[in-house]
Design a protein around this ligand. Structure first.
Ligand SMILES: Cc1ncc(COP(=O)(O)O)c(C=O)c1O
Length: 440
């Protein structure tokens, strides 16, 4: 059909018509593997899906039915671009638990915090602008950044999260090179994928660096309420309301199916976010917003989050104990909350090339390479403990240890097992992989 002047696939007659910003986008090769991973015989340690069985489903069904019976004409109607005032009021209460003082006017309700990430990037980033992001960073954020043709500059972390001195040096280098840094993207609490948490004193230091350098800070915090001991670390936004955009979500503390998150932003930024959101989606789902508002009003949401915490605490303990039992040659982070631990495998093993062999052995994980915009991460993997039962987690780690043992053997015989899967270098078209929704 096409003369195919661009030399791309002959199956797509529009190949030459796509906008430049799509050139770096491609489907992750791991999507195909995760289609396999969702088979029941595979233990998936890959997904970031909450364990919805812990929800009071009957109660949720009842408040939703009552909502539709009494206010169906409102719930199923269009709403306003900023989000329903009732839910924005509840969001302010939720944020107060993290020491954030905000007004409902500061809040923009979004279609998951993923859309908030998209809006913030759309509003601030021109092609080539720099976004600072932790090394590693949430894969879904990296996809957004790349789709706006940002240059992602990773800043190293340790077991206490982002390293302030490394941030200072990175900023100094980039400003010395005359680069435009648009914002620092950070997930300071129960980090995805690293599982670590930035202590309060480091929060203050990171904020201080950003304030001195005039860098906006984007705080992504979907896991903050899911600390195993119930302790909540004050959000960075609680220390500064003018220099921080805070992103929250009901996906991990309640349910991702509502697709409801939010941004709390300084006044002028909030105006821009609302306009950008209206252009993209007109308004967030009224039905979801009002269902969540009814749930927060009528159900014991704090108790329900406590139930989630208990489940994840136990599963995390099983994950760490299983790693100790079956994979002592590796190292890993020790999360105090959230969904993930970050595992480093012995030298010579490549987690990306190992993945097909792991799924063949009926266990799945996400390779560390997914969480970098450059060529790092091939010795790391993210293991999630949120969804499978403790029994399945132990079995999954046991299976993984068998795969790993063979890789170590191969590496000893032939050297680095990476040969077939060297990670792409920074900025190349190949380095943007869109995660499948269930592995985000
Ligand atoms: C760090 C982080 N940010 C944002 C998101 C997006 O969440 P949602 O769009 O479901 O609110 C996720 C989902 O896994 C995440 O882990």
């Amino acid at each position: 059909m096409s003369t195919n002047p661009g030399g791309g696939t002959r199956l797509d007659p529009w190949f030459g018509s796509y906008a430049g910003r799509t050139h770096g986008l491609r489907v992750s090769e791991t999507r195909a593997l995760f289609a396999v991973a969702s088979r029941p015989e595979v233990v998936s340690l890959a997904g970031g899906m909450p364990f919805l069985d812990a929800l009071p489903m009957d109660l949720i069904a009842k408040v939703t039915a009552d909502l539709l019976a009494t206010q169906g004409d409102v719930a199923l109607q269009y709403g306003n671009g900023q989000g329903h005032p009732l839910l924005r009021g509840h969001i302010v209460e939720v944020m107060a638990a993290e020491a954030i003082q905000a007004h409902p006017d500061d809040v923009v309700v979004t279609t998951g915090s993923q859309q908030a990430l998209d809006l913030v990037t759309r509003v601030f980033v021109d092609p080539g602008d720099v976004i600072l992001a932790e090394a590693p960073s949430y894969v879904g954020a990296l996809s957004v950044f790349k789709s706006y043709q940002a240059w992602v500059e990773h800043v190293p972390m340790d077991d206490d999260g982002l390293i302030p001195e490394a941030l200072r040096q990175t900023v100094a280098r980039l400003t010395g090179e005359g680069r435009r840094i648009k914002f620092l993207y950070t997930c300071p609490t129960f980090h995805n994928p690293a599982g670590v948490t930035l202590p309060v004193d480091r929060r203050a230091e990171v904020l201080d660096i950003c304030q001195r350098e005039g860098i906006l800070l984007v705080e992504d915090n979907p896991y903050g309420m899911l600390g195993f001991d119930g302790q909540i670390t004050p959000a960075i936004r609680s220390m500064d309301e003018d220099g921080v955009i805070y992103l929250g979500s009901f996906s991990k503390t309640l349910a991702p199916g509502y697709r409801t998150g939010w941004a709390a932003a300084p006044h002028a930024v909030r105006e821009k976010l609302v306009l950008a959101s209206e252009a993209a989606i007109l308004c967030p789902s009224h039905a979801s917003q009002l269902s969540i508002a009814a749930y927060l009003e009528h159900c014991d949401w704090r108790g329900q989050i406590e139930a989630y915490r208990g489940v994840y605490r136990e599963r995390c303990q099983t994950m760490l104990a299983s790693l100790k039992e079956f994979m002592p040659e590796c190292s890993w982070t020790t999360p105090q909350g959230g969904f993930y631990t970050w595992v480093t495998v012995p030298e010579g093993v490549n987690t990306k090339t190992m993945l097909p062999r792991a799924t063949t052995a009926l266990v799945a994980y996400v390779s560390g390479t997914a969480f970098y915009a450059d060529d790092q991460g091939s010795r790391q993997m993210r293991l999630s403990f949120c969804y499978p039962t403790s029994e399945r987690i132990r079995e999954g780690v046991r299976r993984l240890s068998g795969v790993l043992a063979k890789e170590i053997e191969l590496a000893a015989l032939f050297g680095q097992t990476a040969a077939s899967g060297a990670a792409p270098s920074h900025g190349s078209a190949a380095d943007v992989t869109n995660p499948a929704p269930d592995v985000a």
